[in-house]
Design a binder for this molecule. Structure first.
Ligand SMILES: Cc1cc2nc3c(=O)[nH]c(=O)nc-3n(C[C@H](O)[C@H](O)[C@H](O)COP(=O)(O)OP(=O)(O)OC[C@H]3O[C@@H](n4cnc5c(N)ncnc54)[C@H](O)[C@@H]3O)c2cc1C
Length: 820
């Protein structure tokens, strides 16, 4: 074979593998613990595009602003996400009226840059300037401003695209219910596309800071802060642990000359000093005490006079840690009526200390009452408690956070208060309703404006009872099935008619052998996923590199055994697997050889400690896996990882030898992969054809009700006997769609014209397959988890629903359904 032909096949092979899962997109928020696979992300630059998308899109629509909310509020599975960040223009500005009209995707920072030359400021906004106007309106945010409260107080009007595509203006006087519903409405009523805000004067402010017992703070606030119009910003940080001391800091209007010349914080600022400080406080032993007794006194020492806009233009970069993979930094917030401050702090201290929560800071803010939004968090004058803490990202750690979060919510609502909705969604429905007693009015308005529940996200999936959640009640199917019964064959005459129709449907039939042949390709997604999981808790040198290579080829042999003789031999495909397998073998052997020698020696020098670089490598491994589930691998930017490695990890620090060994090893790995990826990407443009984006299936019992909330599932044709031709998404989404449809009563007759399909499941090592339908054709141990094994089950399509439901009933994980 000529070199050129081999190169072509190499590229084609790798690309075919890479294209396994490319149709959907994962969106996530800043905590990196809420990845959601959406159908599509639309980035409109005009209001007309938003109107068209909302009007024409048949499935759910979610809205994303800056994506700084932390619990999936901007997305839901299978939705069209409208990413507003490029609808970010200034529509009108009047210096005289102190008023600006903007498109909703604009950030506060961009507004500040526009109005600063006119000595004007945003009247109410958060402590950081990265958020979008639309995201802030939908959350009805607040800042550290004295005499102000929720953002709605500074809004003159908004323009909203409703579910039917109508564009309406709303203000306290015009369409008032839409105004008070959409502001604070978390994107459930429509897309806010424009807003007009009142502005304030940009004045010089002087910082004043003092430490006092918590018991003295309320009186101090009443006497020296509340009603004092010269106090612009104010907050008080409670030192965690004893929670009995606060540092109260105010920025008071002054005529003194500024000590900071910049009018806005320069946009490229790295905040390295602040981030280092954060790292010291959160990660070092004694970090909290160091902050209270050493860092804060230095930080707050001396005169500081600055512009209001300067103090309002911080970037959230200031808080960003080196890595969010094994742990992440998260916010929560609770509101209580002002006279219940001490009671709440006592309860909070007890709960946080009992659960040993890694609290970094609790900041007290103040807000005046909300003028009438339906989901108001400030129903009276309140103190807000902004809780900033560090948490692990494992499932167990996330569950534990849920436990104490619910205790804190109970503590706040028992005092007549509320909790904030843009953060992780842990509250029960009863807690949500206790904190937001007008929720029913909001949902009633939503029913009127959005009767088909078009606007959805994880928040409304959780609390809007009208929306079928991700695991709807299953039809009364037999549970713990052993027989996994098949559906009855269709009447022969009808069957003939259907076959005649299907014969003419382009792309209906796919080669059944492919359900088996694609297994080795998917291993090249599963192994990196196992590797990423492994790195979170164990050293890189212990990963079974060589065993995974051996196992890969064993699986390949199994697949040959199953298909040979039963299906025509597919030379092209086997060759492609040979090519990608060889590439995986080369990479793993090189890594295995390095890690078991040099890597292991360097690891020993560090003992059990993980260096920043180890954590970084685990982070990138996970990012890579998340990426290749939806995008071709060669699109992953290893060059960006390389740059981040050098920018985000320190040059010096504990375990210096291991640190530098990792830096160099990772740099070499990322560099080689970046070059190789580029090569394949270029080749792909020449060699790769379009992959089919959907798969067709013949199914029974597919009433409209079972499908109305199914994203990317379409009924192509209904037949007289009640069967329907469905179009389903591919790859990971195919598995999820088939599972959901099966649980809603849909029964499959054929998928892509085939009567059998391969599926893999991860089950306990001691478990034996005991269902009557389907048979295990491959069984191999999980290399990094001896307690479990992977089984590959040959499933008759007519029994697929029963097998899936039976495995689910036993809490067994269906890893993949191989869609030919
Ligand atoms: C580091 C940090 C600091 C914070 N500080 C504060 C603070 O000081 N005060 C405070 O109140 N909050 C604070 N928050 C919370 C923050 O204000 C919210 O998460 C806010 O939503 C972020 O705005 P965003 O543009 O990222 O919105 P997103 O997170 O993108 O969206 C939030 C919600 O608004 C909806 N939405 C977005 N755009 C639109 C639109 N155009 N039309 C309709 N719906 C839309 C989304 O669907 C979603 O439900 C902070 C968060 C972080 C991470």
């Amino acid at each position: 074979m000529g070199n050129a032909r081999f190169a072509f096949l190499l590229a084609a092979g790798l690309l075919q593998w890479a294209a396994l899962a490319r149709s959907a997109m994962v969106v996530d928020d800043v905590t990196r613990i809420n990845p959601i696979v959406v159908d599509r992300v639309l980035v409109p630059t005009t209001i007309d595009e938003v109107v068209e998308a909302v009007r024409l899109h048949p499935g759910p629509v979610s809205i994303g602003g800056g994506r700084f909310s932390q619990g999936g509020q901007t997305a839901t599975e299978g939705a069209l996400q409208i990413d507003m960040r490029r609808l970010d223009g200034v529509v009108a500005f009047s210096e005289e009226r102190k008023e600006i009209t903007v498109q909703a995707g604009i950030t506060w920072r961009k507004i500040q840059s526009t109005i600063d030359p006119y000595d004007l400021s945003v009247q109410i906004m958060q402590s950081y300037a990265n958020f979008t106007a639309g995201g802030s309106l939908s959350v009805n945010v607040h800042g550290r401003y004295i005499g102000q409260g929720p953002l709605v107080q500074s809004v003159r009007s908004i323009r909203v695209v409703l579910a039917d595509g109508r564009l309406v203006r709303a203000s306290p006087k015009e369409n008032a219910e839409i105004f008070y519903g959409a502001i604070g409405g978390y994107g459930g009523l429509g897309v806010i596309v424009e807003a007009t805000f009142a502005l304030a004067d940009n004045v010089r402010v002087e910082r004043r800071s003092e430490v006092m017992p918590l018991s003295a703070y309320r009186e101090y606030f009443r006497a020296s802060i509340r009603g004092h119009h010269d106090v612009i910003f104010h907050n008080a940080d409670i030192y965690p642990g004893a929670f009995d001391t606060v540092r109260a800091t105010s920025y008071v209007r002054t005529d003194k000359p500024v000590t900071i010349e910049d009018r806005l914080i320069p946009e490229g600022r790295t905040y390295w000093g602040d981030r280092l400080g954060m790292r010291v406080v959160s990660d070092w032993p004694g970090g909290r005490a160091l902050r209270r007794y050493v860092l804060d006194p230095i930080l707050f020492h001396g005169e500081r006079v600055e512009w209001r806009n300067y103090e309002a233009s911080y970037d959230v970069k200031e808080l960003e840690p080196v890595s969010r993979r094994t742990s992440t930094y998260v916010l929560q917030e609770y509101f209580v009526p002002v006279d219940r401050l001490e009671e709440f702090v006592r309860a909070m201290q007890e709960i946080l200390n009992r659960h040993r929560v890694d609290t970094i800071n609790v900041s007290i803010r103040h807000a005046t009452p909300d003028p009438g939004t339906l989901l108001a968090w400030a129903r009276t004058e309140v103190f807000a408690f902004v809780h900033y803490y560090k948490q692990g990202t494992s499932d167990a750690e996330r569950r534990e956070v849920g436990v104490w979060t619910r205790e804190l919510i109970d503590a706040a609502t028992a005092l007549g208060g509320a909790y904030y909705l843009p953060y992780q969604i842990h509250a029960t429905e009863a807690q949500f309703r206790a904190a937001y007693p007008r929720a029913d009015e909001y949902f009633a308005l939503k029913r009127r404006l959005d009767p088909t529940d078009k606007f959805r996200n994880k928040l409304w999936d959780a609390y809007d009872r009208h929306v079928p959640g991700p695991s709807p009640a299953r039809p009364a199917a037999p549970r713990l099935l052993r027989t996994a019964s098949a559906i009855a064959p269709a009447d022969p005459a009808v069957r003939e008619q259907i076959e005649a129709f299907l014969g003419g449907v382009a792309g209906y039939r796919r080669d059944e052998a492919q359900t088996y042949l694609t297994l080795p390709e998917w291993l090249l997604v599963f192994y990196p996923a196992e590797y990423a999981r492994f790195l979170k808790s164990r050293p890189a040198s212990q990963f079974p590199y060589f065993a995974s290579v051996r196992q890969f080829w064993d699986y390949d042999r199994d697949v040959c055994r199953i298909t040979t003789g039963k299906y025509p031999f597919n030379w092209g495909y086997h060759l492609m697997v040979l090519v990608i397998g060889s590439s995986y073998t080369a990479e793993s052997c090189l890594k295995g050889a390095y890690e078991s020698t040099v890597g292991r020696m360097a690891e020993r020098l560090a003992g059990a400690a993980m260096t920043q670089e180890d954590v970084f490598a685990a982070d990138v491994a996970q990012e890579y896996v998340d990426f290749i589930r939806t995008e071709p691998w060669y699109e992953f930017s290893f060059l960006r990882s390389l740059k981040q490695l050098w920018a985000e990890t320190d040059l010096f620090g504990p375990h210096l030898l291991r640190k530098w060994e990792r830096k160099l090893a990772l740099s070499a790995e990322y560099l080689v992969k970046a070059q190789y990826g580029l090569l394949i990407k270029i080749a792909s443009k020449a060699a790769y054809g379009n992959e089919a984006t959907g798969i067709l299936a013949l199914a029974d019992n597919a009433p409209a009700g079972a499908l109305e909330h199914e994203a990317r599932v379409e009924v192509r044709r209904r037949f007289a006997n009640g069967s329907a031709l469905l179009s389903l998404p591919r790859y990971d989404e195919f598995r999820d769609a088939v599972r959901r449809l099966a649980s809603r009563g849909v029964r499959f007759r054929e998928i892509a014209g085939n009567g059998e399909i391969l599926m893999t499941a991860i089950v306990p090592a001691a478990w034996s397959y005991d269902l009557e339908a389907g048979s295990v054709v491959i069984e191999r141990p999980m290399l990094t988890d001896p307690g479990h094994k992977r089984i590959a089950v040959r499933a008759p399509v007519a029994s697929l629903h029963g097998i899936l439901l039976a495995l689910e009933d036993r809490n067994l994980e269906v890893e993949h359904l191989y869609d030919y």
